[in-house]
Design a binder for this molecule. Structure first.
Ligand SMILES: C[S@@+](CC[C@H](N)C(=O)[O-])C[C@H]1O[C@@H](n2cnc3c(N)ncnc32)[C@H](O)[C@@H]1O
Length: 225
């Protein structure tokens, strides 16, 4: 089966042997292990491919009661309004430890909790803004997680996503397709040739604005539930 991407090209779904598939426990273990070095690992994407600049622009739109889903080490925290109530959730306790230290350093009111993005323990429409960055590539079921974001966001709220996926540059997209399995194994279950715009549409969110950058691999998406 092939999926038509928003670039008009076809993108083979990643073939991952079932013995290699990331279970929740493996995912948690993998992120626990890299928590201390995570921000160093992301340096090139952040500062050379423009993720930090787009993150600041996108996340600065957050307001009111905010859910940061799969918050990792809290790289979004500096861009939240200082007076907001922020709930940050992630699967990895070690990533959350780093996020808590960051919140303390920034003097932010952040409640950090362990939670699965696919089964959020929140009622419907309780957040003004839901943010999630560099996460749908890793979620075992990204559509389910996006539907959960839609459910917990107020109908007039915003869902802010910064994702990466299949490049708009054919040579790079082909490279991603060829190495999808190695990348998955070496990067904590990251599927780097997904089409984030496709996923967001399939989940039923309404895209208000979408921008592509960083060798055509990164997407800043503003969506409504
Ligand atoms: C690549 S990191 C992104 C972290 C952060 N949002 C950022 O922009 O740097 C992916 C994060 O997703 C978390 N994660 C993966 N699957 C998850 C799930 N099902 N529920 C909650 N968090 C999950 C991982 O623990 C990790 O912290």
């Amino acid at each position: 089966m092939k999926t038509i991407t928003n670039t008009g090209r076809t993108c083979p779904p990643p073939y991952i042997p079932s013995s290699e598939k990331m279970t929740m426990e493996r995912l948690q273990g993998a992120y626990n292990e890299i928590a201390d070095g995570y921000e160093k690992m992301l340096w090139f994407d952040q500062h050379i491919l423009g993720v930090a600049r787009h993150r600041r622009q996108l996340i600065s739109r957050a307001s009111g009661r905010i859910l940061d889903l799969a918050c990792g080490t809290g790289l979004n925290f500096p861009f939240f309004p200082p007076t907001s109530e922020i709930i940050a959730v992630d699967l990895s306790p070690r990533m959350l430890d780093v996020a808590r230290q960051k919140a303390k350093y920034l003097n932010l009111n952040v409640q950090a909790q362990i939670m699965d993005a696919g089964k959020l323990e929140f009622g419907d429409a309780g957040f003004d803004t839901v943010t999630s960055t560099l996460s749908t590539c890793t979620f075992p079921d990204p559509i389910q997680a996006l539907r959960e974001m839609q459910r917990v966001c107020r109908p007039d709220g915003l869902i802010l996503l910064l994702e990466h996926g299949h490049s708009s540059m054919p040579w790079l997209a082909q490279y991603q397709d060829r190495h999808v399995f190695q990348h998955y194994q070496q990067n904590a279950g990251c599927r780097w040739n997904q089409d984030p715009v496709d996923l967001v549409k399939t989940a039923g969110l309404k895209i208000l604005n979408s921008q592509r950058f960083g060798l055509g691999m990164f997407y800043a998406i503003v969506a409504a539930p």
